[in-house]
Design a protein around this ligand. Structure first.
Ligand code: NAP
Length: 263
C-alpha cells in the first residue's frame, strides 16, 4: 500500500484527499492519502518522520519554499515545489501548478501566444502562472498590491509590471491573488480597461463564480475558475508519484464530472 499526504499549515479546508482519492480509485491504485497540518516552526523537526512515512507529498502554503533545503533535487523551474516524491530514500521536488494552470488555461483560451495578459498578484501561485504564460509567448503585465513584488516577479520572466492598472487594455486577466473566497470582494484593479477583454481565469475556485468572474463576464469575457487547475495539478502530481504516464485529460474530465454530480 502506497502512502501519500498533503503537507501544509492551517489546511482544514484542503480538497487534496478527495481529489487524489478519486484518481487512485479510478486507476485502481492501492494508496492512502492523509493530511499533515504542520506549522512553519515545526517543519524541520517533522522532516525525518515525513520522509520515513510517505512515498510522496503534495506541499502547500506555507511550506512550498521552506521545504527546498530538505530536497536532494528540485525539478521545478523556480524556487517553490508543490510535489515531493521519494526516490531511493531521497526527496525530489517538482511544481505541477505550472502544468495544471497552463493545461486548464489552454482549454479556455487556446494558444495564449501574443495575448495581452494582466496577471493580478505576485505570490507563489503567480510565479507558476507568469512562468507558464511568459514561456508560452504571452505579453504579460503583473500588477500587485505590493508593487515591488510585481516588479521582481516580472523581471524574472522578461515581463512587465505596473504599479497601477490605468490604461492597461488586457485580452486575458488571471487572478492569482487570494481575494475572492468570500464571494464578494473583487481583485480587479481600478482603472483597468476591459473593452478588449476576451477571457478571465480565477485561481480561486470557492465559490465557483467569484465577484471577479462575474464582473469579467459582464464585460463580455469567457471565464473559468481554478477547479480545473486544482484537478490537473493533482493528476500531474500522481503521475510523478506513480512514475508512469497517465491519461491526464481523460482523468481530469472524469474527476470533474464526478465532482459535479456530488455538488
Ligand atoms: P500567496 O503566495 O500568499 O500570495 C497571495 C497574493 O494575493 C499576493 O500577491 C498578495 O499581495 C495578494 N493579496 C492578498 N490579499 C490581498 C488583498 N486584500 N488585496 C490585494 N491583494 C491581496 O498565495 P498563493 O499561494 O500565491 O495563492 C494565491 C491564490 O491562488 C489563493 O487563493 C490560492 O488558494 C489560489 N491557488 C489556487 C490553485 C489552484 O489549483 N486553483 C493553486 C495555487 C493557489 P501582496 O504581495 O501585496 O501581499
Amino acid at each position: 500500500m502506497l502512502k501519500f499526504c498533503v503537507l501544509g499549515s492551517g489546511i482544514a479546508y484542503t480538497l487534496s484527499p478527495k481529489i487524489h482519492g478519486m484518481v487512485f480509485d479510478m486507476l485502481g491504485v492501492s494508496a492512502t492519502y492523509g493530511v499533515e497540518d504542520i506549522p512553519p516552526e515545526a517543519l524541520g523537526s517533522n522532516i525525518p518522520r515525513l520522509k520515513e512515512t510517505y512515498d510522496g507529498l503534495n506541499v502547500t502554503k506555507p511550506h512550498k519554499a521552506a521545504i527546498l533545503p530538505f530536497l536532494a533535487e528540485n525539478r521545478a523551474p523556480f524556487a517553490a515545489v508543490n510535489t515531493v516524491v521519494k526516490r531511493k530514500g531521497e526527496w525530489v521536488g517538482d511544481n505541477t501548478d505550472l502544468y495544471g494552470f497552463m493545461s486548464d488555461l489552454r482549454a479556455l483560451v487556446g494558444d495564449p501566444a501574443g495575448m495581452r495578459t494582466l496577471v493580478l498578484g505576485a505570490g507563489g501561485a503567480a510565479e507558476a502562472v507568469v512562468c507558464g504564460l511568459a514561456s508560452a509567448g504571452a505579453d504579460v503585465t503583473v500588477v500587485n498590491r505590493t508593487a515591488s513584488k510585481a516588479a521582481a516577479l516580472a523581471s524574472r520572466y522578461n515581463s512587465a509590471s505596473a504599479a497601477r492598472a490605468d490604461g492597461l487594455r488586457p485580452e486575458l486577466i488571471v487572478n492569482c491573488t487570494s481575494v475572492g473566497n468570500d464571494g464578494r470582494t473583487n481583485p480587479l484593479p481600478l482603472g483597468v480597461d476591459t473593452g478588449a477583454l476576451r477571457f478571465a481565469y480565477d485561481l480561486v475556485y470557492a465559490p465557483p463564480r467569484t465577484a471577479f468572474l462575474r464582473a469579467c463576464e459582464e464585460a463580455g469575457a469567457k471565464t473559468s475558475n481554478g477547479l480545473g487547475m486544482l484537478v490537473r495539478q493533482a493528476i500531474r502530481a500522481d503521475e510523478i508519484f506513480l512514475g508512469r504516464e497517465l491519461e491526464k485529460e481523460a482523468l481530469a474530465a472524469e474527476v470533474k464530472a464526478v465532482w459535479k454530480e456530488g455538488e
